[in-house]
Design a protein. Structure first.
Ligand code: FMN
Length: 303
């Protein structure tokens, strides 16, 4: 048997791109406890179950083994500070973050992307960690993009857009999807188009925020879905998730051949056709190229 170097193994495990969570519970005196964890996995839909692995050396280990439940808080992209606070030996980790008790009793942090409040189904010994398997008693989710983590560093997919240099030939468009439909606007020539906007000196993120606001919807910018050239313009299309609201212009169109029949731009049409096939699978690729040719490379789902 080959000997395994734990440090090399840790680095190899770290290549797996994950989200970041804060796992919370309370002790027998009802004081909140929590720690940062990326070992979260969804386990079962019916019954609804999740798991997370806790180090046997955790200061909270004994309390967690006795706990009747725990919550998993999926951190939002803006919550790097929260992740760091709950990973360091800070005296009172809850002092710097707003929170409330969840319906099943574990602390739910403010502004998280999603949370799962669980009863303890089972704990399973697993080497130097213990697997906590929770039965989901209640949960909530938002459109806010989640924080990512890989190779020991945080991954912030939508704020990474700020690094793109604005230039007069840059256009952002918003792929706003809801329940299998996508928001399209009249293009003024009898056709349909995605909401799009030229990027001026304000930068990509600000232009995208303005564009989303102009639709009247509350949507969160997500990942870059497609980058392509159209004439002299460089076009970047962002996936945006919308939770609520009715569009003040345009309308949601089903992602079918008839829904797409009036799309005027062939590049946008082929992008949306691809989106329609990938969307139900949650299995996205990213298109690199121009309006005539290019290739689809798989996206590392930086959720
Ligand atoms: C991104 C990230 C992910 C982590 N994932 C886990 C994990 O899944 N399980 C775990 O036990 N510790 C994990 N840790 C380490 C704990 O957060 C850290 O050791 C913390 O201080 C434990 O606190 P406690 O001893 O108060 O429980 C992670 C840390 C970071 C920064």
């Amino acid at each position: 048997m080959t000997t395994i170097d734990p440090r090399a193994l840790r680095s190899a495990f770290g290549t797996f791109l994950t989200g970041v969570t804060v796992v919370t519970a309370h002790d027998e005196n009802n004081a909140p406890l929590g720690f940062t964890a990326n070992s979260f996995t969804s386990v079962s839909l019916n019954p609804p179950m999740v798991l997370v692995c806790v180090a046997n050396t955790s200061r909270n280990f004994e309390t967690l083994m006795k706990a009747t439940g725990f919550a998993v808080n999926i951190l939002a992209e803006s919550q790097i500070d929260v992740s760091n606070t709950f990973a360091r030996p800070v005296e009172d980790r809850f002092a710097t973050v707003g929170w409330n008790k969840g319906p099943y009793g574990a602390p739910i942090l403010n502004d998280v992307t999603a949370w799962f409040d669980c009863s303890m189904h089972k704990t399973v010994d697993a080497g130097d960690h213990t697997i906590l398997i929770g039965q989901v008693e209640d949960f909530a989710t938002t459109a806010t993009p989640g924080l990512g983590y890989a190779r020991g560093a945080y991954v912030t997919p939508s704020t990474a857009a700020e690094a793109i240099e604005p230039n007069p030939n840059l256009i952002v468009s918003a792929l706003i999807e809801r329940n299998g439909e996508v928001l399209l606007l009249d293009d003024g020539d009898g056709g349909l188009a995605l909401p799009e906007q030229q990027v001026k000196s304000e930068g990509v993120s600000a232009a995208l925020a303005q564009l989303i606001a102009s639709t009247g919807l509350k949507a969160e910018p997500g990942f870059v879905y497609s980058v392509f050239e159209r004439g002299k313009h460089q076009h970047i299309s962002f996936m945006c998730q919308t939770a609520e609201g009715e569009p003040s212009k345009g309308r949601f169109v089903p992602m079918t051949a008839s829904g797409f029949a009036r799309i005027s731009d062939p590049a946008i049409l082929s992008m949306l056709e691809r989106f329609a096939t990938e969307s139900p699978l949650g299995n996205f690729g990213m298109y690199y190229g121009n309006q005539h040719s290019g290739e689809v490379r798989p996206v590392i789902k930086e959720k």
